[in-house]
Design a protein around this ligand. Structure first.
Ligand code: PEP
Ligand code: MN
Length: 338
């Protein structure tokens, strides 16, 4: 249930709602907006409560029932777009933030070369996996702590924030020492212990869409992060499983405007895992920006032919630089910039 307070409602009136909710055993989340305060009431029994219980309280403008399973990620809870600030650059504003780099950190030489080329082309954030949750246990699993140390060195050298995946709830504090943004992979979107642990860390996080999950399940998973008080949540559409097998996954381009309507959270797109092939990445990346994505997560490898993971979908430095040029004009045509 969402309780909207009147413009100018006093702190005592807001507290009256909070205390009434607590007396009924509900959890409360406050959104102190610039104009209006909105109070989300969370609990399994809200469906049985009359909205009048809160509508009669002083300072209350209206009470809305949210039948959707997600609450904190909903636009009804927060009308204004959320911005996630990474070293002073905002994700979710006018700027399209490009995160690029190799699928996996493989060596110092590979990562430093990747950092150099993506920075030169205009990427703002360096990506690289140190913990790789692979479909097969026999595939390369990443350099783990050594990979994190290399990322820290690249972050220093290029003055770039880094994003890297965390797989195990017990590794959240370790990984967040090295990463500016934690990545939750598609396979872990509904790993609720991991989400709770990342929520408590308050570290900025990219929540990738589970490839067999609906938008509703995705936003409900985001509530696990938000419920722990972590407001630095960025969604990432990375393609879903459909009957179509000409691409690795099917990019659900419509999820971008759907998310913009349903949620206040920023959304970026990963065209690399969606398509699975380097030749398809540029068109999908441009389509994502045209459709309203707030950023992109793109795999770039100094030498894709030698990549240990995802070489087929990785862009070469020169094709990435060309794409960045093209993206600048697409961004401009939709009133954004890179
Ligand atoms: C990745 O970004 O390297 C990755 C493994 O992506 P996903 O979780 O979307 O498959
Ligand atoms: Mn990959």
């Amino acid at each position: 249930m969402i309780v909207g307070m009147r413009t100018g409602a006093t702190p005592e009136e807001v507290d009256g709602v909070v205390q009434r909710a607590k007396s009924l055993g509900l959890d409360v989340q406050l959104n102190l907006g610039t104009d209006k305060t909105v109070v989300a009431l969370l609990g399994s029994n809200t469906g049985q409560l009359s909205t009048d219980i809160f509508a009669v309280l002083p300072g209350v403008e209206g009470v809305t029932r949210i039948m959707k399973p997600y609450k904190l990620a909903a636009r009804e809870f927060k009308a204004e777009d959320s911005l996630v600030s990474i070293n002073g650059i905002e994700i979710g504003g006018k700027r399209i933030v490009v995160m690029a780099g190799p699928c996996a950190v493989e060596s110092e030489e590979q990562l430093m070369e990747a950092g150099r080329v993506v920075k030169e082309a205009g990427a703002y954030i360096l990506r690289g996996g140190a913990f790789k949750p692979r479909t097969s246990p026999f595939s390369f699993q990443g350099l783990e702590k050594v990979g994190l140390e290399l990322l820290a060195r690249a972050r220093e050298r290029f003055n770039m924030p880094v994003i890297t995946e965390v797989v195990d709830p017990h590794d959240v504090s370790l990984v967040s020492k090295y990463a500016d943004i934690l990545q939750v992979g598609s396979r872990n979107m509904q790993n609720f212990a991991l989400l709770t642990s990342i929520g408590r860390s308050k570290c900025p996080v990219v929540l990738k869409r589970g490839f067999s999950c609906t938008v509703t399940e995705w936003l409900t998973a985001a509530d696990y992060l938000l419920a722990e008080g972590n407001n630095q949540v960025i969604l990432c559409e990375r393609g879903i499983r459909t009957f179509e097998d000409s691409t690795r996954f099917s990019l659900d381009i419509s999820s971008i405007p759907v998310i913009k309507r349903a949620s206040h959270l920023p959304i970026i797109v990963d065209p690399s895992h969606a398509s699975g092939h380097y030749s398809l990445v540029p068109a999908i990346a441009k389509a994502a920006v045209a459709a309203g994505a707030d950023g992109l997560l793109i795999e770039v490898h100094p030498n894709p032919k030698e990549a240990l993971v995802d070489g087929l979908q990785s862009l070469t430095p020169s094709s990435f630089a060309k794409l960045m040029e093209e993206l600048r004009s697409v961004a401009k045509s939709v009133g954004r910039y890179i």
